[in-house]
Design a protein around this ligand. Structure first.
Ligand SMILES: NC(=O)c1ccc[n+]([C@@H]2O[C@H](COP(=O)([O-])OP(=O)(O)OC[C@H]3O[C@@H](n4cnc5c(N)ncnc54)[C@H](O)[C@@H]3O)[C@@H](O)[C@H]2O)c1
Length: 317
């Protein structure tokens, strides 16, 4: 990175060196930030550093990150075993430890005690509540949820959510920080389970499972119906805007006038269970074996990432 005499951004820390942590670290490094990865398991931290470098280099090679920033960021990326060293001087911590409230609360207590007095602390949690995580912490006003979609280094969305003690300036600073590393933050105004997208995913997936269980379509057929149809449109516009376009000259009002009775008929027929049926894993595993035809998880993840990178570049046109 060219030194223009500008103040260097402060380091950031990622806590939890699993799937999510390594990917966040790769994104931060790709934007030239000095990034420390802390995990209670030192070997996991080292392995995550290697995966983060791979992620950052992938972004540079696909034209999605500046190669000079990637080089600088990768040079400043390291696994740190001592929490005091990990959090010293950082401006932002992205917490990515195991999805367990007591583990997260303990991690938040440690990091808020060791980091500077202006650091932001963001949990990546998919399903826990920031209200519960921040309860009782002195630095609760600087704690928030910032939920990524997998893999965070490629999917731009981050859902930013405060709890009752989160300050407005924390949300503003977090939004600015995520924009600075190429994310598209969406602020969620209330702390609800699953934020926006995991609620939508849960509703869609329940019906997707039910379509297989009831013999309407196979696993591969349901997946193809999504990726070859609505999934393509959803990469361009959201459901409200798409239905607005689907209503003819009357827009969304016309859409509702023409199709309300049809949609309500479907709604009455949809699955409503709230506990996954016992046969779900067996059914999906068998269907996925047909769909993947021997392609392993690493091969599939690479295919997903290559397609995501191409779509992101195409959307810039
Ligand atoms: N996997 C996803 O698709 C995804 C997507 C969005 C958000 N998330 C969220 O990200 C978080 C992490 O999920 P994951 O799938 O990466 O988990 P993971 O199991 O892959 O990794 C968790 C890591 O946390 C470490 N860890 C556990 N306790 C710790 C502690 N006390 N101190 C330091 N490190 C500790 C573990 O050693 C492990 O390396 C979860 O809250 C999850 O809900 C996951």
């Amino acid at each position: 990175m060219e030194d223009k005499g500008l103040p260097q951004p402060r380091p950031v820390a990622v806590v939890g060196a699993g799937l999510t942590g390594a990917s966040w670290a790769g994104l931060f490094a790709a934007h030239g930030l000095e990034t420390r990865i802390y995990d209670r398991d030192a070997a996991a931290g080292e392995a995550a550093c290697a995966r983060a470098v791979q992620a950052a280099v992938f972004l540079a090679e696909r034209g999605l990150a500046d190669p000079d920033e990637v080089e600088a960021g990768c040079a400043g990326l390291r696994a740190v075993c001592d929490p005091a060293e990990a959090f010293a001087g950082v401006c932002h911590v992205q917490e990515c430890v195991t999805e367990d409230l007591s583990v997260k609360k303990a991690v938040f207590r440690t990091m808020t005690g060791l980091a500077p007095g202006d650091t932001l602390f963001a949990t990546s949690s998919s399903g826990l509540s920031i209200t519960d995580i921040q309860a009782g912490l002195e630095a609760a006003d600087r704690c928030l949820a910032a939920h990524p979609y997998n893999p965070p280094h490629l999917v731009p969305l981050v859902e930013v959510v405060g709890g009752p003690s989160t300050s407005a300036s924390t949300i503003e600073r977090a939004v600015a920080f995520y924009r600075s590393v190429g994310k598209e933050p969406v602020v969620v105004h209330r702390d609800v389970p699953g934020y926006i997208c995991n609620r939508l995913s849960a509703a869609l997936w329940r019906e997707a499972v039910e379509l297989v269980r009831s013999g309407v379509a196979s696993v591969a057929e349901v997946d193809a119906a999504v990726t070859e149809g609505p999934g393509l449109r959803w990469a361009v516009m959201g459901p409200h805007l798409l239905y607005h376009l689907g209503g003819g000259p009357g827009g969304i009002r016309g859409h509702l006038q023409h199709l309300t009775h049809v949609k309500e008929g479907m709604l009455r027929d949809l699955a409503t269970w709230t506990t996954f049926p016992e046969d779900t894993a067996d059914l999906l595993e068998a269907g996925l074996a047909d769909e993947t035809r021997g392609r392993g998880l690493a091969e599939l993840a690479l295919a997903r990432d290559e397609a995501l990178a191409a779509i992101l570049k195409a959307r810039r046109i």
